[in-house]
Design a protein around this ligand. Structure first.
Ligand code: ZN
Length: 407
């Protein structure tokens, strides 16, 4: 008699393979659009009739639409092309940082609609939730041509349990075990997905990167803002760990006697390379002092600092160069533990990349254990692409297209 394995939770339903085929079809149309039914059938290695049936289903649900006519092959009919129907459906991306919170509206494919708006982040979770809900409602009302919002994705500067919708610990906001998702979803009446900002960036990168690049090795996304978020991708999946806290390289110490970090410890990588750390170094004050004292300091950003460094301000250049060296030293820890094929870096500091790259690379080479490690690919994700907002959007958009892993 066959025994049921109580540890195997995968239940094969009758509709399973059909659901998988639909997801695969949607994902292929997204990646190859415009695409004909014949090409879709060829890419899926199924008969033309099977592909046509799937296409009819997706058309009837308005997930895709038929567009311009293609070139006829031989004497056949001219094929119609298929596109993902992202016109009527939108996604809201939210990037919460300790200083400010940013909001962006995109279509289902992640294409930006309108401008990025921002407001000061309240550390009071109830105040922040109400503020967010009000602004998101306003944003959706302003885009009345978009009929349906698929969901809100929120990138959080801290460790998150996405299944429970809880923020486990966000050091820069002093949040511990708070529910962010449910109150926001209740206020909006729209599904809300939350995720650690580094992991969200890694997911977005995974979603938009060609599959051959994904297959060629592991990658790490380092997002530098008020803090430092990192997302590690292993075997095509974002590494989560037992309690969703894996990959917190921002809190690996560079020096146990270093500056006080937001987490309460001393000398974490974040306390050396975050925007706040770089600015504190420039103004010659302690990171643990928190909010800047002078009005000039309060409105002064890392971009302002980089502009001064480029204009020849020696003190500004020294502050930026120190960050570059610490950045390289921390990247070496990542290379030594993950050995990724490539590292993506996002954040305002990357606007200084042409200035700091030699210093970052030399520090990386200094502390990696092989020549391969020192030569690890580094890709800069430009600040104007808003990687954290893209990450937030991908929380909603990517699962809609993701084909489940089929062993
Ligand atoms: Zn720390």
């Amino acid at each position: 008699m066959r025994k049921i394995n109580p540890h195997d939770f995968k239940v094969a339903r009758r509709g399973t393979s059909r659901e998988i085929n639909r997801q695969i079809a949607l994902n292929l149309i997204r990646a190859h659009q415009p695409i004909s039914r014949a090409d879709l059938a060829r890419l899926m290695s199924v008969r033309r009739g099977v592909a046509s049936l799937l296409v009819s289903e997706l058309l009837s649900e308005s997930l895709i639409f038929e567009g311009a006519l293609g070139e006829a092959v031989g004497r056949g009919r001219r094929p119609t092309f298929l596109y993902i129907d992202s016109r009527q459906r939108c996604v809201v991306g939210v990037d919460i940082r300790a200083s400010r919170t940013y909001i962006l509206l995109t279509d289902l494919m992640g294409k930006q609609l309108g401008v990025v708006s921002s407001f000061q982040t309240s550390r009071d979770i109830d105040v922040l939730t109400k503020d967010l809900a009000r602004r998101i409602k306003q944003m959706l009302a302003d885009f009345s041509e978009v009929s349906a919002c698929e969901g809100v994705g929120v990138a959080v500067p801290g460790m998150v349990d996405p299944a429970l919708g809880r923020v486990l610990h966000a050091p820069t906001l002093a949040w511990r075990d708070v529910n962010l998702r449910d109150p926001l979803a209740a206020a909006l009446g729209i599904p809300v997905h939350i995720e650690n900002s580094g992991k969200a960036c890694a997911l977005a990168q995974l979603w938009t990167t060609r599959s051959d690049v994904v297959a060629s090795g592991n990658s790490v996304f380092v997002s530098i803002s008020d803090g430092v978020g990192t997302g590690v991708v292993v075997n095509g999946e974002v590494m989560r760990g037992r309690h969703n806290t894996a990959g917190e390289f921002g809190h690996v110490p560079l020096n146990i006697d270093g500056p006080r970090c937001s987490c309460g410890a001393n000398g974490c990588w974040e306390a050396y390379v975050s925007n706040l750390a770089t600015l504190s170094r420039y103004f010659g004050r302690d990171l643990s002092e928190g909010r800047p004292r002078e009005a000039e300091e309060a409105s002064f950003t890392v971009e302002d600092l980089i502009a001064r460094a480029r204009a020849g301000d020696a003190k500004a250049l020294a502050a930026v160069n120190s960050t570059a060296r610490y950045l390289g030293l921390g990247l070496a820890s990542i290379v030594n533990s993950v050995d990724p094929a490539r590292i993506y870096i996002g954040g305002e500091i990357t606007t200084a990349w042409s200035l700091i790259e030699p210093i970052v690379r030399s520090a990386l080479r200094e502390r990696t254990l092989t020549d391969f490690g020192g030569a690890t690919e580094i890709h800069i994700v430009p600040a104007e692409e808003h990687p954290r907002l893209r990450g937030a959007v991908a929380l909603v958009a990517a699962p809609a297209f993701a084909a489940p892993m089929v062993a």
